[in-house]
Design a binder for this molecule. Structure first.
Ligand code: TYM
Length: 331
């Protein structure tokens, strides 16, 4: 089976709906047909300041949400990035073949460092995409299921793999981003031109997987729409309504057209109420299961240790090969 690799940052107390729709729910489908490897990328999370105790808790909670959403630790390899030291080790080697200008062109770095001021941005944040390349290349992944915002990082990964292969001999498989068209970008409910994100300035437009139904419903009922009161998908003219239609369509597994037909002539209130129900239907079981998993930390840790053992085996092989190719003497 072809290998896929993907990961998420444990940088919040809950995943958000964009992570769930754009990534997690895609992964659960893919684990049947691929040799799937999923990682909680805590080394990436510390590229911006984190509270240490919270980070430990969030790392577990993120892993629990993967499983709760349907990632089966028997089918897929599920682990925590820092449990497999090869990630940091390969990242170092890749750093040495990454151009300074090349890394400077990463738009996510430019956005994040501009927001917080250049001095607040760490070198770790700068080299974040190189660590991501290491994640992917260690497992010789062919395909990387991610949302649209990660496309450029996967492109960089390909460039680094190509460069390494031509400099040191065939070593890495060239990975490809797998970005589902309709769900690649879920937007903020209050600002439907910006992607939904854990780091949004306000949480009013952010749906959190682990929030109680009441909170989520309220946010959906207050979602920004427009004033022509027509329920129709039109990304450019009606970004808010289109975002709600996307969410509805993906979670209910219905076509946008069938939803437009059902709600023809009805007001936005009707649509929002239906969206809230569909969202709750999808998230309630994830929430319950996450609570159960978090109530038995020993079992969760056991599953994650097993995943780390499996991942380590593959990662160590690749790293040894890389060290040989580069000429790093082995002990
Ligand atoms: P992260 O933690 O920001 O997001 C995890 C995944 O969720 C997707 N996503 C979205 N999809 C649709 N709409 C949205 N509003 C939305 N917000 C987030 C992201 O595209 C991503 O797929 N750098 C990565 C983590 C990472 C990684 C990797 C991914 C580290 N190493 C190796 C793949 C392979 C990140 O910060 O994702």
């Amino acid at each position: 089976k072809p290998v896929i690799f993907s990961g998420m940052q444990p940088s919040s107390d809950s995943l958000q709906l964009g992570n769930y729709i754009g990534a997690l729910s895609q992964w659960t489908k893919m684990q049947e047909d691929y040799d799937a490897i999923f990682c909680v990328v805590n080394l990436h999370a510390i590229t911006v300041p984190q509270d240490p105790a919270e980070l430990v808790e969030r790392t577990r909670r993120t892993a629990a949400q993967y499983i709760a959403a349907g990632i089966d630790p028997d089918k897929s390899t599920l682990f925590i990035q820092s449990h497999v030291p090869a990630h940091a080790e390969l990242a170092w080697v890749l750093n040495t073949i990454t151009g300074f200008g090349e890394a400077s062109r990463m738009t996510q770095f430019k956005d994040k460092s501009q927001k917080n001021g250049a001095d607040a941005a760490s070198v770790g944040l700068f080299t974040y995409p190189v660590l991501m390349a290491a994640d992917i290349l260690l497992y010789q992944a062919e395909s990387v299921p991610v949302g649209e915002d990660q496309r450029q990082h996967v492109e960089l990964t390909r460039d680094l793999a190509t460069r390494f292969n031509s400099r040191f001999g065939e070593t890495f498989v060239l990975p490809e981003a797998q970005i589902p068209k309709t769900v690649a970008k879920i937007y903020d409910l209050q600002n439907p031109l910006a992607k939904m994100s854990k780091s949004a300035e306000t949480e009013a437009g952010l749906i959190k997987v682990l929030d109680p139904a009441k909170v989520t419903t309220k946010k959906i009922m207050r979602a920004v729409t427009d004033d022509d009161n027509e329920i129709r998908f039109d990304r450019a003219a009606k970004p808010g309504v289109s975002n709600l239609l996307t969410i509805f369509s993906v979670l209910a597994e219905r076509s946008v057209e069938s939803i437009e037909e059902e709600f023809a002539g009805l007001g936005y209130g009707h649509l929002k109420k239906a969206v809230a129900e569909v969202v709750e239907g999808a998230l309630a079981p994830v929430r319950e299961r996450t609570d159960e998993l978090m109530a038995d930390p020993a079992e969760l840790d056991r599953l994650l240790a097993r995943g780390a053992d499996r991942a380590s085996e593959i990662a160590t092989n690749t790293l040894n090969l890389v060290y040989d190719r580069v000429g790093l003497a082995r002990r």
